[in-house]
Design a protein around this ligand. Structure first.
Ligand code: PNS
Length: 169
């Protein structure tokens, strides 16, 4: 177990856009928080995406969704992921994998991060089967057409999503 090595605190980071956090993300957060002493859940900008929610809104939703998970710290950053990891003494990057389609993108990011910070490892966790199809993009598209995403996002996220699309329409 990562936790037991060298008697040092084992810290991991779970980065993402979290636009918004889904139950699939939350499942990875719960499982990773059981493996590591401290888990940093950090909202980063993804240059390829234009977010629906501001970084502050995404952090707020994550904080609420992660209530009661004592070793989970939620924040946001606008810099490089590996710089954040180095600054906070984080040894492991956690990424969730749903299907083979995620792999190419995630594999390239893991190799780039390894090139930038060889001392930091990326660890992939398989999604739980009930969330295989789930993504923030699908959730947003569904809600934008009036569909129901109950059970797919944490309860605190539902009204925020509805409100966003009410104001957008
Ligand atoms: O949830 P996403 O959009 O797939 O997450 C991608 C994210 C935010 C983890 C990635 O874009 C990222 O790490 N951004 C921070 C900037 C950075 O370090 N870029 C180099 C990645 S190789």
């Amino acid at each position: 177990m990562w936790k037991e090595r060298k008697g040092k605190l084992k810290r991991a980071i779970y980065p993402g856009s979290f636009d918004p956090v889904t139950c699939g993300h939350l499942d990875i957060i719960k499982r990773a928080s059981r493996i590591f002493d401290e888990l940093y859940v950090v909202v980063f900008e993804n240059v390829g995406k234009s977010p629906l929610f501001t970084a502050e809104e995404r952090v707020e939703m994550l904080v609420e969704a992660c209530k009661g998970m004592e070793n989970v710290k939620v924040s946001c950053s606008s810099g490089l992921l590996v710089d954040f990891a180095r600054k906070h003494g984080i040894q492991v990057i956690i990424k969730g994998l749903r299907a083979v389609s995620d792999f190419d993108y995630e594999f390239k990011m893991a190799l780039m991060n390894k090139k930038l910070a060889p001392e930091v490892d990326t660890l992939f966790m398989m999604t739980s089967v009930e969330y295989l199809f789930l993504s923030s993009s699908l959730v947003k598209e569904t809600v934008s057409y009036g569909g129901c995403v109950e059970g797919l996002v944490p309860p605190n996220v539902l009204p925020k999503l509805r409100d966003k699309f009410r104001r957008h329409s």
